[in-house]
Design a protein around this ligand. Structure first.
Ligand SMILES: NC(=O)c1ccc[n+]([C@@H]2O[C@H](COP(=O)([O-])OP(=O)(O)OC[C@H]3O[C@@H](n4cnc5c(N)ncnc54)[C@H](OP(=O)(O)O)[C@@H]3O)[C@@H](O)[C@H]2O)c1
Length: 315
């Protein structure tokens, strides 16, 4: 699988990564057991994926534990990204130590600030993160859910990546994407399939069950869902014409979006992984790309400018 540089760091990552939020043991989604989760991770690594994305918050360390078990004996092959939730400097070291224990390793490749806390200054937090980097516990610092103003601060501390919500259905401002491109900050989109909405399961297969965080996802809310499904149907139609699947088409759209480095994709089974990874062989025409871009933007524009996907953010 093709690898690219993670922003300005020396770390090389595959263009599709395995996200492991759905491996935190939350009811209603994800692999059916811990053994199944370990199998999905090992399968993805065997198929050439080298980046695994986790967070302390995913099942309070459960997802990190699963990764620790799955990568035993092959740590050197894997780039591990994990996150901490609050930007309090005094919580950085204990959080990293807890992650290292669950992950069964002595370093994290990419350590990410999960969400900025508007009431807390970012500078002391990043100073502590930089100390941990110097101490060798983390190789590089990343951020998630940051806006442009917060990115400008982060850049002063050598932050190498931004993990934003980004898919055909959920966007970030164009100037934020352009800033990352100009500053060589890797963009690693999360929820690229809109938590399953862009896979055909709710359109072709008329699935009504949701489960897990989908139950709070604004794209599934009563007001927005009909519009989300219209876009999902457009994805299905383009996929049919190209002879691909819906999820491959949705991921190909992201992979063709300028500035996107590596896509953090969730898969609950080896068959979902195998299907989705086919996106790497799909090329959309400029017309198809544009049509999907405009249709998805139409849904996103219905949401308020400060909305988050699950209606939550730290205050
Ligand atoms: N930084 C942040 O704040 C943040 C927030 C969210 C996510 N993330 C990261 O991004 C990763 C991915 O995001 P996500 O899991 O929210 O969304 P996603 O990747 O858009 O969706 C993953 C879900 O879609 C379904 N799916 C995948 N492939 C499918 C297929 N071929 N056919 C049918 N259904 C399919 C599965 O649902 P089922 O499990 O129901 O089968 C899977 O759990 C996470 O694991 C996490 O690492 C980060």
């Amino acid at each position: 699988m093709e690898k690219v540089a993670l922003g300005s760091s020396q770390i090389q990552v595959t263009r599709i990564a395995l996200g492991t939020w759905n491996m935190g043991g939350q009811a209603g989604w994800g692999p059916e057991s811990e053994a199944a989760a370990v199998a999905v991770i090992r399968h993805a690594l065997d198929r050439g994926c080298n980046l695994l994305d986790s967070a302390r918050g995913y099942g309070r360390g459960k997802s990190e534990e699963v990764i620790g078990k799955a990568v035993e004996g092959r740590r050197d092959e894997v780039v591990i990204a994990t996150k901490m939730m609050h930007c309090k400097p005094e919580e950085v070291a204990p959080n990293i130590d807890a992650s290292l224990e669950c992950l069964r390793t002595d370093y994290v490749d990419l350590y990410i600030c999960h969400w900025p806390v508007p009431s807390l200054p970012l500078e002391p937090f990043f100073e502590e993160m930089a100390r941990q980097r110097e101490a060798g516990k983390i190789r590089a610092i990343g951020v998630s859910n940051f806006n442009l103003e917060q990115m400008r601060i982060a850049l002063n501390y050598g932050v190498v990546s931004l993990q934003p919500p980004l898919s055909i259905l959920w966007r970030i401002p164009d100037d934020l994407l352009a800033f990352c491109r100009e500053q060589n900050v890797a963009v690693t989109p999360y929820s690229p399939l809109a938590q399953g909405l862009l896979t055909g399961r709710y359109t072709r297969h008329k699935a009504t069950t949701r489960g897990g965080p989908r139950d709070h996802n604004l794209l599934f809310s009563a007001d927005v869902l009909p519009h989300s499904l219209e876009v999902a149907s457009l994805v299905d139609r383009i996929a049919d014409r190209l002879g691909t699947t819906s999820s491959q088409t949705a991921l190909a759209w992201l992979l063709q979006t300028p500035g996107v480095t590596s896509v953090m994709m969730g898969a609950s089974s080896t068959s979902q992984w195998d299907q989705n990874i086919g996106a790497l062989d799909v090329t959309l025409t400029q017309d198809d790309y544009q049509q999907l871009d405009e249709a998805g933007r139409g849904v996103w524009n219905r949401l308020g400018p400060d909305e988050t996907m699950w209606g939550w953010k730290p205050t």
